[in-house]
Design a protein around this ligand. Structure first.
Ligand code: TPP
Length: 698
């Protein structure tokens, strides 16, 4: 029988191992003390973020995170919580001292942690950006429900996500995006807000009116709100137990705000001159650590036991620091590794510890590069829909979502009928928040699903920029501990007309971003193969669906089969000739082909198909043969991807060139709306033909 709340909370309090709580807080204090007094001044720790004042409540929270698949979206002041969940002192110090054995192998700031786990609460990779932890945490919560109720995985029953942040983080878009998702979907998430009154020097009254986010959210529909004082640790422990129990019991999301004093500066450099001596003294008076001693000694722990734990913690931290000091710095020869999923020489995949399907030993067949076209020609939108349908069928972990993606079938109709067929848990609409869409996808990927979020139009990926960037760098930042493979479908580019909002292409941004594979198919067959490769792969992928191609006649091809895949980084040589190399991708390929037809110049036409990675071998080989190169793209010319290709050719094919490398692309303006204006600036068949003729005449 399930105990009532009145019985359950006291039972959880009764079960609290106070000695273990004290031990962990003592370790956290000893770490902060050592770093503040010694390691930071010695510059062995370069960025110090003390958790003094936040430590008691965090360790008390950690004691309640007992679900087999609980996860925490944490931030830079979450170290005590990590210690409570099982991170060792050596791991903590190796991280802050930038030594081998640290959580990021010296790649990230010491308190920007990650903590992969197969069993027990894990900590999702922390980011430096305030507020970034929230939407991945709700994604995890949605995946918990999915894995339990849809996939029938009992380990996920009753597990929850915790999103941990400070008061200032409640002003961020990420917080509100997550709150909307958690409450509209009734997800098992606890928002755990430690309010120390400041975001660096800015008071919480600037972050939320009146300075109390709990009060302001008290009428928020579907959210249970609790508010308390972290300087009263026993009462705080009760509130924490109550909040966690409710979320675990399936009562929906909760927010618990606890007031805590920040007993050191924001970071090691911060002298807190903005606070004044009286406030600083008052904060010291409210030190929860001292309060805890007064509350639990001698009832739960004798004074001798308390002192013994404190001395033991200090000694353990001292010894560990000596040990870690003797440890090597990470090997610079490895610093370029783990941007993408890697395969060793013997063919073994070096798989991340957590995130995606491969980490759980789930591999789908790699497919076949041989197309087996059957049936009539289909448009690119249908090609996408059919591929998604097949992958949803063979892989129960695929989930497809975005604005209008569910019932309507997407504003581009690429997901039409999928919700009817696979249900609302696997194909669903989302709130209008791109940060929410991508952040949620990150959390779901980290929980072992293959999310396929749609960004409705290329330009509207802007609000998701932070989540996209952080997702891309995740594997590198965590030295291959975590990765979040997903396929982000982004329709974009011009259609019948342009405009600055729906018609942008700007694919180069993703190539310049770290860790994203980027596909930009020019036709339905390649779209099938590339999308399937991405869905069965182990890296985050941007899949660009060009609006002009979705129903364009030229892009229509017969469906190449349910096994068909196209390897990334392999250009397609559409026609061969010795006078010129023409390189393009996306919607410009069709125009390049027409221009070549018009000029009758014998040329190699290379459709790159993917820009990350891109097939430099094919481009170099062609240019070494033709000695001339024209690159055509829709993206703006300055620092467009053509510039990268040109730079590589200038270096590696310099002596093979008989003429300067030419680029033909959009001028540096947004896409204009009027078709007359658009065609005046977009590379068109006439313009490309003219470039070709001029280049071969040089
Ligand atoms: C998006 C973003 N903007 C600004 C910063 C710089 N910054 C780092 S911490 C911080 C204050 C955050 O305060 P709060 O969320 O209350 O947490 P606390 O540090 O008080 O624990 C700021 C402005 C950042 N890291 N990320």
């Amino acid at each position: 029988m399930v105990a009532s709340r009145e019985e359950a909370v006291p039972a959880r309090m009764e079960a609290l191992d106070w000695r273990a709580v004290v031990r962990r807080i003592a370790v956290s204090r000893a770490l902060d003390d050592l770093e503040e007094s010694t390691l930071a001044p010695q510059r062995k720790v370069l960025y110090q973020f003390s958790a003094r004042g936040h430590d008691v409540t965090q360790v008390l929270l950690g004691a309640q995170l007992t679900g087999a698949r609980d996860a925490v979206g944490a931030y830079y002041r979450s170290r005590p919580l990590l210690l409570a969940l099982g991170m060792t002192i050596d791991e903590a110090l190796a991280s802050s001292m930038m030594r081998v054995g640290g959580m990021s192998e010296g790649r990230d700031i010491g308190v920007v942690f990650n903590f992969p786990r197969r069993e027990g609460a894990c900590v999702l990779p922390v980011c430096g950006g305030v507020g970034t932890q929230y939407t991945p945490a709700v994604g995890w919560a949605q995946a918990v429900r999915f894995r339990h109720t849809v996939l029938g995985d009992e380990r996920y029953a009753g597990s929850i996500a915790v999103a941990h942040g400070g008061d200032a983080s409640t002003a961020t878009g990420g917080f509100w995006a997550a709150l909307n998702i958690a409450t509209t979907e009734r997800l098992p998430v606890l928002f755990f807000i430690e309010d120390n009154g400041y975001g660096i020097s800015v008071p919480s009254s600037m972050q939320t009116p009146g300075g109390n986010i709990a009060r302001n959210l008290s009428a928020f529909f579907g959210l249970r709100v609790l508010d308390g004082d972290g300087s009263d640790p026993v009462a705080a422990a009760g509130l924490i137990a109550e909040a966690v129990l409710g979320v675990r019991a399936g009562e929906g999301p909760a927010l618990l705000r606890l007031i805590v004093p920040r007993l050191s500066g924001h970071s090691g450099q911060d002298t807190q001159t903005y606070k004044g001596a009286a406030l600083i003294a008052a904060e010291q008076e409210r030190d929860p650590w001292r309060m805890l001693r007064a509350q639990i000694v001698p009832q739960h722990l004798s004074a001798e036991e308390w002192e013994a734990e404190v001395s033991r913690a200090r000694a353990a931290v001292e010894q560990a620091s000596g040990r870690i000091d003797g440890q090597c710095a990470p090997d610079p020869a490895r610093v370029r590794r783990h941007v993408f999923s890697e395969t060793a020489k013997d063919g073994r995949h070096e798989v991340q510890a957590q995130g995606g399907l491969w980490a759980e030993g789930v591999h789908l067949p790699a497919g076949s590069s041989r197309a087996d076209p059957t049936g009539p020609r289909i448009n690119l939108a249908t090609a996408v829909r059919r591929t998604l349908e097949h992958e949803l069928e063979v892989n129960p972990r695929v989930v497809v979502f975005g604005e209008d993606v569910g019932r309507k079938g997407g504003v581009h109709a690429a997901t039409m009928g999928l919700q009817e067929r696979f249900g609302t848990a696997r194909v669903f609409d989302t709130s209008l928040s791109e940060e929410g869409i991508i952040g949620r996808a990150v959390g779901m990927a980290l929980a072992g699903l293959m999310p396929v979020p749609e960004i409705q139009f290329r330009k509207y990926a802007d609000p998701a920029t932070e989540q996209l960037n952080d997702c891309g760098t995740m594997r590198w930042r965590t030295a291959n501990r975590f990765a979040a493979p997903m396929v982000v479908r982004i329709p974009g580019g011009f259609f019948k007309c342009g405009d600055p909002w729906h018609s942008q292409s700007n694919e180069v941004q993703w190539v310049h971003g770290i860790g994203w594979r980027v596909a930009m198919p020019s036709n339905a067959q390649d779209a099938v193969g590339l999308l399937r490769s991405a869905l069965r792969g182990n890296d985050p992928t941007i899949f660009f669906e060009h609006r002009a191609l979705l129903d364009g006649a030229w892009a229509r091809r017969a469906y190449p089969g349910d096994d068909f895949t196209v390897r990334f980084g392999e250009a397609s040589l559409l026609q061969e000739g010795s006078a010129l190399t023409l390189v393009s991708w996306g919607a410009m390929v069709e125009r390049c082909e027409a221009a070549l037809r018009r000029t009758a110049v014998p040329a190699d036409l290379l459709d790159l198909r993917t820009l990350s990675p891109w097939d430099r071998v094919a481009v170099l080989a062609s240019v070494r043969k033709t000695h001339r190169c024209l690159i055509v793209h829709e993206d703006n010319i300055t620092a467009g991807f053509g510039a990268e290709i040109a730079a590589v050719l200038a270096k590696d094919a310099f002596f093979d060139l008989d003429a300067p490398i030419e680029r033909f692309a959009m001028p540096d303006i947004p896409s204009p709306h009027s078709p007359v204006l658009l065609e005046a600036v977009l590379p068109g068949v006439d313009g490309i033909a003219q470039c070709i003729l001029e280049l071969v005449a040089r």
